[in-house]
Design a protein around this ligand. Structure first.
Ligand code: SF4
Ligand code: SF4
Length: 146
């Protein structure tokens, strides 16, 4: 990776390594979301996908994620700016909206993402919560409540 490639190239020109490096590893896209049947509104919960590994804030089944979890959408340069529910602080979303990464991003700081900006140690696994109770875990202020 060379320089600030995200400013000098279009996403479809990123190498696979560059594309992956844009993910800040915040984990917010792995939170379980509920959709209101009346108005289609999306609500984030503090429940996280069963395959999320909290110790390193990443997917434990990354290569198989879309097969194991059909709702798990593989982000690519073809769809990255079309997914309305992506978290407000998702680095891909910020790049799509502002053409740059935020100052806190690991590619700018040279360090892993600060824990305060991730979901680490702040969620419960979907394995531990019966589905009929998921509504009780809605984040009233949205995903940035974590
Ligand atoms: S399968 Fe992996 S990437 Fe997909 S939501 Fe679950 S933890 Fe996240
Ligand atoms: S919300 Fe965006 S930056 Fe955060 S883990 Fe998901 S893809 Fe990566």
């Amino acid at each position: 990776m060379t320089g600030e490639f995200w400013k000098n190239k279009k996403p479809d020109e990123f190498t696979p390594e560059e594309w992956e490096s844009v993910c800040a590893r915040c984990g917010r896209c792995c939170l379980i979301k509920l959709q209101d049947e009346q108005d289609d509104a999306i609500y984030y919960t503090r429940i996280i996908c069963r395959y999320f590994n909290d110790s390193n804030c990443s997917c434990s089944e990354y290569a198989n994620r879309c097969r194991l979890v059909p709702e798990c959408i593989k982000l690519s340069p073809d769809n990255w700016n079309q997914i309305g529910w992506m978290p407000q602080d998702c680095a891909y979303r910020i790049l799509a909206e502002y053409g740059d990464l935020p100052e806190w991003h690991p590619l700018k700081t040279g360090k892993p993402l600060e824990e305060t900006r991730s979901v680490k140690n702040k969620t419960v696994s979907e394995k531990d919560i019966p589905e009929e109770e998921w509504e009780d875990y809605i984040l009233e202020g949205g995903e940035n409540d974590l």
